[in-house]
Design a protein around this ligand. Structure first.
Ligand code: FE2
Length: 114
């Protein structure tokens, strides 16, 4: 089995709590960077307990047809709320892809075409 076969998406049960939603929260005026926000549980809040939580979120971009890493967020259970923001220069990107890991429900992905 390949890892990609285990990643769930917007067409699967549990998507409301797990699919990471990407949006561009703020555009800065004096730099080429934009604020990229990733929210897990935007439709329905995901539990954040020791027993059931989002452990990490990763953000990738597609640049000139290649996948590039943008940021990784390692969240502690109960304190690290699974909404994260990073600044990034994404002008040359065609897409953003976020992947998150729920300790019970596995890997989930969401994307934003730019
Ligand atoms: Fe979960």
């Amino acid at each position: 089995m390949k890892l990609g076969e285990l990643i769930k998406g917007a067409d699967q049960e549990g998507k409301e709590k797990h699919v990471p939603v990407i949006d561009l929260a703020v555009a800065t005026e004096d730099r080429d960077q934009k604020a990229v926000r990733i929210t897990v549980g935007k439709e329905v809040e995901h539990p954040n307990t020791l027993e059931h939580h989002i452990k990490w979120v990763m953000l990738y971009g597609v640049k000139a047809g290649a996948l590039v890493h943008v940021a990784t967020f390692d969240l502690g259970p109960t304190y690290g709320v699974p909404t994260v923001v990073t600044m990034a220069n994404i002008d040359d990107f065609s897409e953003l892809i976020a992947v998150e890991y729920c300790n019970i429900h596995g890997l989930w992905e969401g994307s934003l075409a730019l």
